[in-house]
Structure formats: structure tokens, C-alpha cells
Design a protein around this ligand. Structure first.
Ligand code: NCD
Length: 305
């Protein structure tokens, strides 16, 4: 796999071999190899949308491997506020850094940025579209937990319509011999374009409306919050708010060993009583953002091979 100089915009740009190689690289970085590899590199984090984990883990990944960071966490303090176009911002910032990580509310913004940039652009979330680095860290967490990405039953629960993490994850998992079960209220189903891509692959998937309809136990349940900020109609949001919540009693259906994942932030969809159980791996998942983003930053800048 050689992704030096490449942008990371959509998980669809990565064939199965690359996905496997990146996940393995993330776990290799986690094991302590490549210390200091990002020395002399500068990352710009351009966040036009709120973030805690993604931005801080990109920044921590960079500085803890010897690199430097510049950037902004709020579009209101950037020249976007003065009316500067995204293309102009990118063409300026690319002269200040070796790699850009960008989050933007508009779908396709990362693609546009990658087309004008001479340095790699990493999509840290573009609207409800994609969040590929989250998927790499999700897959690294699954691989770490089970030792494989094949032969698993993975449920995705919640806002599958607006949740970009599940769009990227479902597409990545379609390369693997893994059954995906999409669990969402009818108005929050996985979008048709994702389902079409899955149908064109060898992926197996099933759609149900509620956890109680599960017919067999799950290896992983990937829970998501309702993406309140993406609803055009507040009443539509109110109709689905609080529609699902995972608590300990659900393990009777999910299976006692089912791992619970969540990209976080959590609102109220996972009871806090789960946090201390062995099933809950969401905080470890969030921490895997560091080695995964170190691997990605190293690979695209050529600092890691
Ligand atoms: C997710 C996002 O921003 O898409 N958060 C994250 O990056 N871990 C999920 C969310 O906001 O619900």
C-alpha cells in the first residue's frame, strides 16, 4: 500500500487490501513502533464544525509523534467569517503545512478541498456524508478485539440516515465476510445510496426497526446518537428523540458477550450503567483514534511506510 501524498476523502477510495493494511499499520503504531516519526511535519486542523475527539486526537496524534499543529476549532475565528471561499482558505493553508485535517458541514467539501490542495487533505467529517478516519479506528478496534474483520455479526443502531460514521463503516465492512444488521426507526434508515452499494458487493445485510426483532446474537452493536443538528424539521427530530436506549437488560437479546461501540458523543442512547461492563469498549475505541490517526498522518506524509 502506498498512500503517500494521497488525500483521505471517502472510504470508497480504498480497496480491501488498503483498508486491511491501514488497520494493521494502526495496530503496529499502537504497539510502539514509529515513535517520533512525524518530527518536522506540520498538521493544520481546519474545523468548521464542532468536535472533541476527532480534532483533539488528530492534534494529540501529531504532537505525541514529534509533529507540530496549527489550525482553528471554530469557523467564526477564521476568514470564512469574512466571506473567504473554502478553495481560497485551502490554497493558503497548504503553504503552511504538510497535511490538512478538515471538518466541514457541507457534503463534498473535503473532495473539493482535496482537488485544490497540493498537500493531502484528510476528511474529518463532511456533513452527513463520510467520516473515513473514524472508520479506520472503528475497524482497528474490532480487529484488536476479535483478531479479525471477517465472520462477525455487526449491528448498527440509531440514526443511520444522518450519521456519517455508519455510512463509512457500512461501506468498509462490505468488503468483508461480515453480516451487518441495520436497526433504525423507519424515518432514520440507512440511505438508499449506501444500500445500493452494499447490494452491488457481496455484503450481507438486513434491516430491522428495533433491537427486539433481532433473531440471533451480535458480536458488536455500534450505537449512534440522533444527529439533531442535521434535521431540517425540529418536529421530525422530536418524533424520533429517545426512540432507543441500550441498557444491561438488552444483553439477553444481544448476547452476553456483545461488544458495544459508539463513535461518541453519547447523549442518552447508552445507559451509563454499561460503562463499567466488559461489553463497553467505546472509550477504548475513542483512544484508538491516536494510533490510527498517527498511522494515517504518517502514511500520507511519507513519514511512515
Ligand atoms: C461523530 C461525528 O462527528 O460524526 N463523532 C466523532 O467524530 N467521533 C459522531 C457524532 O457526532 O454523532
Amino acid at each position: 500500500m502506498d498512500i503517500k501524498g494521497r488525500s483521505i476523502v471517502s472510504i470508497r477510495d480504498f480497496p480491501k487490501e488498503d483498508i486491511e493494511a491501514i488497520v494493521n499499520k494502526a495496530l503496529e503504531v499502537k504497539s510502539g513502533k514509529w515513535k517520533g516519526a512525524l518530527e518536522g511535519k506540520v498538521l493544520a486542523t481546519l474545523f468548521f464544525e464542532p468536535s472533541t475527539r476527532t480534532r483533539l486526537s488528530f492534534e494529540s496524534a501529531m504532537v505525541s509523534m514529534g509533529g507540530q499543529i496549527i489550525g482553528f476549532a471554530d469557523a467564526n475565528v477564521s476568514s470564512a467569517k469574512k466571506g473567504e471561499s473554502l478553495a481560497d482558505t485551502i490554497q493558503t493553508v497548504m503553504g503552511y503545512c504538510d497535511v490538512i485535517a478538515m471538518r466541514h458541514p457541507v457534503e463534498g467539501a473535503a473532495r473539493l478541498a482535496s482537488e485544490v490542495s497540493t498537500v493531502p487533505v484528510i476528511n474529518a467529517g463532511d456533513g452527513a456524508n463520510q467520516h473515513p478516519t473514524q472508520t479506520f479506528l472503528d475497524l482497528a478496534t474490532i480487529k484488536e478485539e476479535f483478531g479479525r474483520l471477517d465472520g462477525l455479526r455487526i449491528g448498527m443502531l440509531g440514526d443511520l440516515k444522518y450519521g456519517r460514521t455508519v455510512h463509512s463503516l457500512a461501506k468498509a465492512l462490505s468488503w468483508f465476510d461480515t453480516k451487518q444488521i441495520f436497526i433504525a426507526p423507519p424515518s432514520l434508515r440507512m440511505p438508499e445510496n449506501t444500500l445500493t452499494q452494499l447490494r452491488q458487493s457481496t455484503a450481507q445485510y438486513e434491516e430491522i426497526a428495533d433491537v427486539s426483532e433481532l433473531k440471533s446474537e451480535m458480536d458488536v452493536l455500534y450505537v449512534t446518537r440522533i444527529q439533531k443538528e442535521r434535521f431540517a424539521d425540529f418536529q421530525e427530530y422530536e418524533r424520533v428523540a429517545g426512540a432507543y436506549r441500550i441498557d444491561k437488560s438488552m444483553f439477553e437479546i444481544l448476547g452476553q458477550k456483545c461488544r458495544i461501540m459508539h463513535p461518541l458523543p453519547r447523549v442518552d442512547e447508552i445507559a451509563e450503567e454499561l460503562d463499567a461492563t466488559e461489553n463497553a469498549i467505546y472509550f477504548r475505541q475513542a483512544h484508538n483514534g491516536i494510533p490510527t490517526r498517527q498511522a494515517l498522518l504518517g502514511l500520507v506524509t511519507g513519514a511512515i511506510q
